[in-house]
Write a new protein. Structure first.
Length: 433
């Protein structure tokens, strides 16, 4: 939705996974470390030096990542790709959460090395590793014999549950990282909430995302397993400007400018040293009750958002980029006091610190058990402080008129890890070593 703050989800803490737990649940509890080492060896056999060189030769992001349709950024860097850069209209994504089933910190470190090597290979492209004639292929072949480079963006985060007593990381937990609470009007479903790791895969084509997820899950099968997954897409510009959500309104118009990212998005201050270059990610899976929405007259729809549907302009303006005029409308005669954009961002000095960077994708899961359309939004928000930013916005939006037409049912809080700086680095290295 336009300046969507968001709605969050219910808290759920899963128990630590021990080798006994894995045995009782039917999960593989032996051979995981060997599996990961083998995966690393296969990745290395494909030519690690060539892959590393390809990573750094990919197109750089454009100078204005908040608004421009950036080229896929390089894999290596101080910060991960997929946050500062806005995915172009028409992009596809897979948002996935994983439970880590590694037995100890050593296996967790092996997992993160393997995950990094796979992401680096998939983002960079090239020929899969050669295998013997009797062995299974080292790549599924979904993208053909030569994986294209420069088409995929991978973004990895960690959840609060990774910092329980399994891996000795409790003292290194990011200061503001918790499991996501249940907010008023939420309809959270446990299987769709939280996780130890988050992984977002974004590309121009759906098969690129599917291929990447398949290769990553194969290489890491003994150490992590999917908890929930949602496929999404960004609509093309219709007819121009910001893409639309499935309510027909332009979504994500009023993001902070790139010059503001250092004090709004990237963490600083009272955080463990290893977090430098990271940010907090909020994921909200929000079902839109489209059949009911489609029965609402256009004036009421626009009053709920505070924007014109066709142009995206605030009701006090003419273009989507116009600032809403609240000063000359103190009683809400033009933009209602309960409008989404007015509650989410009142544009006062007291609320300026709660602005977030939002990245939204639409989803369509077909129909539910009773034949209703199952469509909605994968809401992603990035900020340096979840409580003072996302949660502050969320509380202002309590009982807004839109709650009758949306149902947040999943997602979670994650901390996006610092970037992988070079071919010797890996996700979470400063945390684990």
């Amino acid at each position: 939705m336009t300046e969507r703050r968001d709605d969050t989800h219910g808290s759920h803490t899963h128990p630590a996974h021990s080798a006994t737990d894995d045995a009782n649940s039917g999960r593989p509890s032996v051979g995981r470390r060997s599996f990961l080492r083998n995966a690393l060896a296969v990745t290395g056999a494909g030519g690690a030096a060539a892959v590393a060189a390809a990573c750094d030769s990919r197109p750089a992001a454009t100078a204005d990542p908040a608004t421009a349709e950036a080229a896929v950024p390089a894999f290596h860097g101080a910060r991960q790709a997929g946050i500062a850069e806005q995915a172009p209209p028409g992009s596809q994504t897979i948002m996935t959460s994983f439970d880590v089933i590694a037995a100890d910190r050593g296996e967790l470190t092996d997992l993160m090395r393997t995950l990094t090597d796979q992401a680096r290979r998939l983002c960079s492209g090239g020929l899969p590793a050669a295998v013997g004639i009797t062995g299974p292929p080292s790549d599924s072949g979904v993208l053909g014999p030569d994986v294209p480079g420069g088409e995929l963006t991978a973004t990895v985060g960690v959840g609060a549950t990774l910092f329980d007593d399994r891996f000795g990381l409790a003292t290194q937990r990011p200061t503001g990282l918790t499991t996501m609470p249940t907010f008023p009007n939420d309809n959270l479903q446990t299987p769709w909430c939280h996780g130890d790791l988050s992984l977002q895969l974004t590309a121009a084509d759906a098969d690129t995302c599917v291929h990447a997820l398949r290769e990553i899950t194969r290489a890491t099968r003994g150490a992590m397993q999917p908890r929930w997954r949602m496929n999404g897409f960004i609509s093309p510009r219709r007819p121009q400007g910001t893409p639309r959500n499935l309510f027909g309104f332009k979504d994500g118009i009023a993001n902070p400018a790139p010059a503001e990212f250092d004090h709004r998005i990237w963490v600083a201050g009272n955080e463990p040293a290893w977090t430098a270059g990271g940010t907090y990610q909020v994921v909200r899976l929000i079902r839109m009750l489209v059949e009911f929405w489609d029965r609402v007259d256009i004036l009421e729809q626009e009053n709920m958002f505070g924007r014109a549907r066709d142009t995206g302009a605030p009701l006090s303006g003419n273009q989507e980029t116009d600032d809403p005029d609240y000063t000359n409308d103190p009683e809400g005669m033009v933009i209602p006091l309960t409008a989404h954009i007015r509650l989410a961002n009142p544009r006062t000095s007291d609320t300026d610190g709660s602005r977030i960077l939002r990245r939204a994708f639409n989803y369509d899961r077909g129909t539910d058990a009773v034949g209703n359309l199952d469509q909605g939004l994968i809401f992603l928000a990035y900020q340096r402080d979840v409580r003072d930013q996302f949660e502050a916005v969320q509380h202002r939006l309590k009982d807004e008129p839109l709650v009758d037409y949306i149902s947040p049912f999943g997602g979670g809080y994650f901390f996006i890890l610092p970037g992988v700086r070079d071919e010797k680095d890996f996700y979470g290295r400063a945390l684990l070593t």
